[in-house]
Ligand binder design. Structure first.
Ligand SMILES: Nc1ncnc2c1ncn2[C@@H]1O[C@H](COP(=O)(O)OP(=O)(O)O)[C@@H](O)[C@H]1O
Ligand SMILES: [Mg+2]
Length: 501
């Protein structure tokens, strides 16, 4: 009259183990669920009762107590329906209890006993493997689970099918690891971009060193176009990184098995996005855009139009690579190591510096617009680059006038290897590591110090320049940072200067 079923909750990107204990005892027929269930779980009673009866099982006319252990772990959603139903069937002897021991089960039930998909399957697949058990999931989640499956995941479409399996009267589909789609083939390609040689180069540098990039220029010059091509020149994700990304997207319910899972994610939240949408939140905190962009690119178009408060909350995760969200009694940490590409117009009307359209803005308006990006935020961009208007004949060229993403990606990958041999990507270099990686000869030092005086650059800007120069040297395959690298790096600090843009 007692049964145990193993399952998993979903807290952030973790999937802590939950044991469903079912006890049938004498007394008036009743069903109670204990162990900190939230509304969705309490409603489970009704779904389980209907599903069992509709499938043709007997719903025990006993006093049923269901304990979801550990009791201090909050439990949400319909994911416990299937384990509860199986527990009731096992406790009442309708299916054998012993076969449940080496299996974990997840699934929401519909009233007629079909299994509905749920969020956060990937973390559960990984955690079940760690625990040495197979995992049974709804078939609708199979495509997603295939990303992480090693043949230890089973998929079922109905409660009945699940019971047949546990009674050894039927088999279930084993979810096999999906074919790896070609990362190269997907997404937009740099070959479509006409002209814009300097911004293209800056994009390559940003990709190589993991630098944040700020682009400014009039509307329609190709800023969004360039930004969307960054994931395609980044190195494909390692298996570990790809699983981290898949876990976050799985928890957000955004994962489909169709996407190429080794391609770094690209997220482009609108400038009206709230702080919660950006950093995450909600009663059971969901990941925000910065976590969905983990190990990939966060494109912030019209950067000055974002709410200033929203921009300021970004600063901390930009440094720490993760974000902690506190809601009532619980705290959840999501990974958030993303690369930012910002885009902005040079002024509110967008046409300051345009070769043929007059700018309508007063100097005060321009200053106010620029000041929306605070110093500390601007400081987190290693590269500032202008994306100017291209002439008609450049844009109308039918033949590509630049490389395709593939060639760029190869150089980026080589430059990354050089960085990893030193220990970390250049964007993260600081202190002694930065000094050691960027030793300058006396000419280089002279050049840099006179440039700093002339342009009024801060000590922080100096570090940015050194990091970028290091990346330029890595792209060239050079051990030493040379003068030409410094000169080029200085060219990517346009917004530091008083007379900027
Ligand atoms: N340099 C360019 N080469 C090819 N097409 C371009 C270029 N610049 C702009 N375009 C075209 O104009 C469209 C708008 O560009 P977009 O990237 O949205 O500009 P922005 O973000 O700077 O306002 C693009 O989708 C593309 O079709
Ligand atoms: Mg745009």
């Amino acid at each position: 009259m007692f049964a145990i079923v193993h399952t998993r909750a979903s807290i952030g990107v973790s999937a802590p183990e939950v044991t469903v204990e079912v006890h049938l005892s004498g007394g008036l027929p009743a069903l109670s669920i204990v162990g900190l269930p939230e509304t969705g779980v309490r409603e489970s009673k009704e779904r389980v009762r209907s599903a069992l009866i509709n499938v043709g099982f007997e719903f025990p006319a006993r006093r049923i107590t269901i304990n979801l252990a550990p009791a201090d772990l909050p439990k949400e959603g319909g994911r416990f329906d299937l384990p509860i139903a199986l527990g009731i069937l096992a406790a009442s002897g309708q299916i054998p209890a012993d076969r449940l021991a080496d299996c974990e089960v997840l699934g929401e039930l519909s009233l007629d006993g079909r299994l509905r998909p749920l969020k956060g399957v990937i973390p559960a697949v990984l955690a079940a493997r760690e625990a040495g058990r197979r995992l049974l999931i709804p078939s609708a989640n199979a495509e997603e689970a295939a990303l992480a499956s090693e043949g230890d995941v089973l998929a079922a479409t109905t409660l009945l099918q699940t019971c047949e399996y546990f009674c050894e009267r039927g088999a279930l589909d084993v979810v096999t690891a999906g074919d790896e789609t070609d990362v190269v083939a997907e997404g937009p390609d740099l070959v479509d971009v006409r002209g814009q040689h300097v911004p293209r180069r800056a994009l390559e540098v940003a990709a190589a060193g993991g630098h944040n990039l700020l682009m400014f220029g009039p509307p329609g010059t190709g800023k969004s176009m360039l930004a969307s091509r960054l994931p395609g020149i980044l190195p494909p994700l390692s298996t570990g990184a790809a699983l981290e990304v898949a876990s976050v997207h799985s928890v957000a319910g955004l994962l489909s098995g169709k996407q190429s899972w080794r391609r770094p994610p690209y997220r482009a939240p609108h400038h009206t996005a709230s702080a919660v949408a950006l950093v995450g939140g909600g009663s059971n905190p969901r990941p925000g855009e910065i976590s969905l962009a983990h190990r990939g690119v966060l494109f912030m178009d019209e950067l000055p139009e974002f709410d200033r408060k929203v921009l300021e909350v970004l600063r901390e995760p930009m440094e720490s690579g993760e974000v902690s969200i506190s809601r009532a009694a619980r705290q959840v940490t999501y990974p958030a190591r993303f690369q930012v590409v910002g885009a902005m117009n040079p002024c509110p009307c967008g046409y300051s510096g345009h070769p043929s359209i007059d700018c309508q803005c007063s100097p005060q308006q321009v200053a106010r617009y620029r000041s929306k990006i605070s110093g500390p935020l601007l400081d987190r961009f290693d590269l500032h680059v202008e994306v100017p208007v291209q002439s008609g004949d450049v844009l109308l060229r039918t033949q590509p006038d630049g490389e395709s993403s593939e060639g760029v990606r190869e150089r980026v990958a080589k430059a990354r290897q050089r960085q990893m041999a030193r220990g970390q990507i250049n964007a993260l270099l600081a202190g002694n590591a930065l000094r050691d990686a960027t030793r300058l000869d006396s000419k280089g030092e002279q050049l840099l110090s006179s440039a700093m005086d002339r342009l009024g650059l801060s000590a922080r800007a100096l570090h940015r320049i050194l990091r970028v120069a290091r990346t330029l040297a890595d792209l060239d395959g050079c051990e030493e940072v040379s003068q030409s690298h410094l000169v080029e790096a200085l060219g990517y600090r346009k917004l530091d200067r008083k007379q900027s843009v």
